[in-house]
Design a protein. Structure first.
Length: 225
């Protein structure tokens, strides 16, 4: 069987995963788990899908790939079908950041030590959740597409996350501390677009005022590196 194709965002997710056991939450057609196992990035994968249609397609994909012994397709919501400590890492992709955060919060003791997250909007909710829950940001990428796709790898660790050291906090939480240090062109495009969008509507006391201040801090940091 030819390996299923992955778009740029899932390709970036794949690159940030390496573990013995992994769970893909909201797996859809199970393209990511099949690629993970076939490329030797994981030994075993649990593919979780809630909706019956995609669940059937995922089972068919795994069967066609002859990987049923290595990929266990389960129906359920979030981490509910998993046992505590069953996997070393997990991915949650293709959803809004607020939805992903809800899935993580409901997981409780089933959360693994490593997470790879790809929200379809601002990952601010996920960065604040990670800092509060003892997960450090180890890698983050920004991918072009229908909109800008952020991809984050988080790992459970003690103490303050060093990724945020010496950075303006609001800008780092909104745009990503590692991205601010790297300053990729796509990030600069996004920051400048935010400044252009927010400047006409920002006023003291409004949310847009704080967002504009964070965007200006981010631009100043990247340009002054």
């Amino acid at each position: 069987m030819t390996l299923p194709t992955l778009d740029a965002r899932l390709g970036a997710v794949l690159d940030l995963i390496r573990a013995d056991t992994h769970a893909d939450i909201g797996t859809d057609h199970a393209r990511l788990p099949v690629r993970l196992v076939r490329q030797g990035r994981v030994s075993r994968c649990v593919a979780v899908e809630l909706n019956p249609g995609p669940l059937a397609l995922a089972r068919r994909m795994v069967a066609r790939a002859r990987l049923s012994e290595q990929i266990d397709v389960r129906q359920g919501d979030g981490f509910a079908p998993l046992l505590a400590g069953e996997v070393q890492s997990a991915s949650v992709t293709g959803m809004g950041a607020y939805t992903i955060r809800g899935i993580l919060e409901r997981a409780g003791e089933k959360l693994p030590p490593a997470l790879v997250l790809q929200p379809n909007d601002s990952p601010l909710w996920l960065r604040t959740w990670a800092r509060a829950r003892g997960y450090h940001l180890r890698s983050e990428r920004l991918l072009p597409g229908h909109w800008t796709y952020p991809v984050l790898r988080l790992e459970r660790a003690e103490g303050e996350d060093p990724a945020y050291a010496a950075l303006p906090e609001a800008a780092a939480l909104r745009y990503g501390p590692l991205l601010l240090r790297e300053g990729p062109p796509l990030l600069l495009e996004r920051v400048r677009a935010d400044i252009a969008r927010l400047t006409p509507v920002a006023a003291p006391g409004r949310e847009a005022w704080d967002e504009l201040a964070a965007a200006r801090e981010a631009l100043a940091w990247v340009e002054g590196r």
